[in-house]
Design a protein around this ligand. Structure first.
Ligand SMILES: Cc1ncc(COP(=O)(O)O)c(CN[C@H](C(=O)O)[C@H](C)O)c1O
Length: 342
């Protein structure tokens, strides 16, 4: 049986989630009449300390809704060059909001106030103006980096000083909060909207939450409908999301397993695996002289699934369907794959 470390998106619903789905009270959510969706939105807003929240089918849709609500056609969006909203969402900023990215190359995934100031463009007869700053926490492509709230707040202050709103792609927000022992309310205090996923480390089969003040969420609800995300008896899939919100504290187990995985892989001659902040382990195979695609394919032959995220960069993600015994087995299997590649 392969150990699937491709992503924390592969988690499968628990029995408690399946029971919650089966028992869910439902209604037409487009009319605001699904009691389970309403309960989830209220619980989610309460959890992150915002006025309101919107249940969306995917993290991608939540991010793209936020961009559309915050910006006007032709404006610029300041973001980290490796951010998901820029690199992994099919050019959605251009396709769905007709805005242009202004990328910043950061060391740890979060622009500094100086980065924001340098990237900011004031609207003029010739220049479009900056319409949004997006941040990401944890930062996926930078290795699941848990960004401290002070850095989020500093970047947000630099944007707000220039009347630029801030969206936080918090697909793994709770991983950051658990890793840094920071309350979600503090992490999102200074941003104007936040997206977080129920369907990743928290284990729900479907869904994300887009949260903000009441005015933002009302506008986001209309854009969700425009994007085709108006759902009917969605309580069936929202009920597992309520169960998922009870899973936050167990994320530390994923982080511990990731630390063990990284240490085990780093000890294999030819691999380099820095100690992770959270549940994402990055493995570099340049010293082995093997590209990521070949490494991933050989690991898969040996029963460990990962993902190529760069020419010699492979990503492994721990999650609630993988326990410590699986991690020890994965290390052994990767070691065997490396011997085959050597
Ligand atoms: C930071 C961040 N923001 C948004 C999303 C989009 O969420 P979904 O659209 O997959 O629900 C992801 C998903 N990330 C997925 C993964 O990590 O396996 C893939 C790469 O899309 C994400 O990592």
């Amino acid at each position: 049986m392969a150990i699937d470390l491709r992503s924390d998106t592969v988690t499968r619903p628990s029995e408690a989630m399946r029971t919650a789905a089966a028992d869910a009270d439902v209604g037409d959510d487009v009319y605001g009449e699904d009691p389970t969706v309403n309960d989830l939105e209220a619980a989610a807003a309460d959890r992150v300390g915002t006025e309101d929240a919107l249940y969306v089918p995917t993290g991608t849709m939540g991010n793209q809704i936020a961009a559309r609500v915050h910006t006007e056609r032709g404006q610029e969006v300041i973001l980290d060059r490796e951010s998901h909203i820029y690199r992994w969402e099919l050019g959605g900023l251009a396709q769905l909001s007709e805005v242009q990215p202004r990328t910043v190359d950061t060391a740890d995934g979060v622009p500094t106030p100086e980065d924001v100031a340098a990237a900011y463009v004031e609207e003029s007869l010739h220049r479009p103006g900056t319409g949004l700053l997006t941040l990401e926490n944890t930062h996926n492509a930078r290795g699941g980096v848990a960004v401290p709230p002070e850095s989020i707040s500093a970047a947000a202050a630099a944007a707000h000083d220039r009347d630029v709103p801030v969206h936080l792609d918090g697909a793994r927000l709770f991983n950051a909060c658990v890793a840094l022992d920071v309350a979600p309310e503090r992490m999102v205090r200074d941003v104007d909207s936040v997206l977080f996923c129920l369907s990743k480390g928290l284990g729900a089969p479907v869904g994300s939450i887009l949260a903000g003040d009441a005015e933002f969420v009302a506008a986001a609800r209309r854009v969700r409908k425009l994007f085709g995300g108006g759902m009917r008896q969605a309580g069936l899939i929202a009920a597992p999301g309520l169960v998922a919100l009870e899973n936050v504290e167990r994320l530390s187990t994923d982080h511990d397993n990731a630390a063990r995985l990284a240490a085990g892989l780093d000890a294999i001659d030819g691999l380099r695996a820095p100690e992770p902040d959270t549940n994402i382990v990055q493995v570099h195979t340049d010293a082995l002289g093997v590209d990521a695609e070949e490494f991933v394919a050989t690991c898969e032959d040996h029963g460990v699934r990962g993902g190529a995220h760069g020419p010699t960069l492979t990503r492994f993600c721990t999650h609630l369907d993988v326990d410590r015994a699986d991690i020890e087995t994965a290390v052994e299997r990767v070691a065997a794959a490396v011997e085959e590649l050597r």
